[in-house]
Design a protein around this ligand. Structure first.
Ligand SMILES: *Cc1c(COP(=O)(O)O)cnc(C)c1O
Ligand code: SF4
Length: 352
């Protein structure tokens, strides 16, 4: 956007969440786009109705920090496309009850509910468990595979999380705990710090992993209290960022990444291959280079999970494989992410 704020003027991360944009209309105003993507008045009415129904259960949500990295007047901006609710998300009513119609997308596309060991704690793969630390996020990504997850069923707060600690303590095969969500960094450091310390007291937990979009979306989330618990962890810290496009990385993000690295975390990135966002060789090449330039290793490039409301982002497997092959010819091996799909019941993410 037109002005870039200096670090001194950045609001706190909590304030940034309060100031976030919560409607398509406000997004279009800020980016100086026409109030509707279509011209004719009758098409406008139906498009608006579809957009409204798309946001009923998954509202638009994007902080100003992220919007500032978009190009004014560009309706096809790759960052905007990730957050603007599209009329394409609306699924015909006759499909909304069942879960059998793959073309329309599923409510639980990766079998999360079948993998619950205890409320909010999932295990799909040996030796690592994943906890749903929060249902809240720094941003709402329209392609999110957990956009229909029943977050209200996961326990909250340190007292609620005792059940996770008990479960992890009782199973010595668990050597890695993944904090996910939603976004685990939505939780206050006053809760996260004692939880991390409690995990550290369980000897067989060797690694703690965070899956988070916060350091990219609201970089000021990387603050002294967070850096404190990251740097003091005995279990080695791995932080998996989620960047889909090179334009998401600005100077504030670079600083946040450098601070996390100084605190001793290893940084990886997972991206989702998204039609209209990063489904070109140029976009993926620029993304991988921007990441390795900050010493963030591209870990996974996910094929879209077939979640209801996001199928318009899907890229065909043949095209995905071709893109990865082309990337391989341009980049050092460590800069090429593994192209994977999550298949329910498999013992790992499945390479394509
Ligand atoms: C993806 C996922 C993991 C992590 O898998 P890695 O291949 O180790 O990155 C762990 N648990 C669950 C439930 C997952 O969905
Ligand atoms: S940040 Fe992650 S969990 Fe949250 S909406 Fe985006 S993809 Fe989904």
């Amino acid at each position: 956007m037109t002005t870039t704020r200096t670090s001194a003027k950045l609001p706190s991360w909590q304030q940034a969440l309060k100031l976030a944009v919560r409607s398509n209309q406000r997004l279009r105003e800020l980016l100086q786009l026409p109030s509707s993507p279509v011209a004719s008045p009758s098409a406008q009415a139906s498009t608006q109705a579809a957009e409204t129904s798309a946001t009923a259960d998954f509202p638009v949500f994007a902080p100003l920090e992220y919007i500032e990295r978009m190009k004014i007047g560009d309706a096809a901006d790759p960052l905007l496309r990730q957050i603007l609710a599209a009329a394409d998300e609306a699924v015909p009513a006759e499909n909304s009850a069942g879960t059998s119609d793959l073309a329309a997308g599923l409510m639980d596309p990766v079998g999360d509910m079948a993998s619950l060991r205890t409320a909010g704690l999932l295990q799909k793969y040996p030796r690592r468990v994943l906890v749903i630390a929060s249902g809240a996020c720094a941003i709402h990504c329209r392609y999110c595979f957990r956009r229909h997850f029943p977050y209200e069923t996961a326990p909250k707060g340190l007292s609620g999380w005792q059940s996770w600690l008990d479960e992890i303590r009782s199973d010595e095969t668990i050597d890695e705990v993944i904090l996910s969500g939603g976004d685990p960094l939505s939780v206050a450091d006053t809760t996260l710090a004692p939880f991390i310390h409690a995990l550290n007291r369980i000897e067989h937990v060797k690694r703690i992993r965070l899956h988070t979009r916060f350091p990219v979306v609201i970089p000021q989330r990387v603050c002294p209290p967070l850096l404190d618990w990251v740097s003091s962890s005995r279990a080695k810290m791995y932080i998996v960022l989620h960047v889909n496009h090179a334009n998401e990385i600005d100077d504030h993000v670079r600083t946040a990444i450098a601070q996390l690295k100084s605190a001793g975390a290893v940084l990886l990135n997972q991206a989702v291959l998204l039609r209209g966002v990063n489904d070109s060789l140029d976009a993926l090449h620029a993304l991988c280079l921007s990441l390795v330039d900050e010493q963030v290793l591209p870990y996974y490039l996910h094929q879209l999970d077939p979640v209801r409301g996001a199928m318009h982002f899907e890229v065909a497997d043949v095209q995905a494989r071709e893109l990865i092959e082309q990337l391989r010819a341009l980049l050092p091996g460590y800069a090429v992410p593994q192209l994977v799909r999550e298949i329910q019941g498999e013992s790992s993410k499945t390479p394509l």
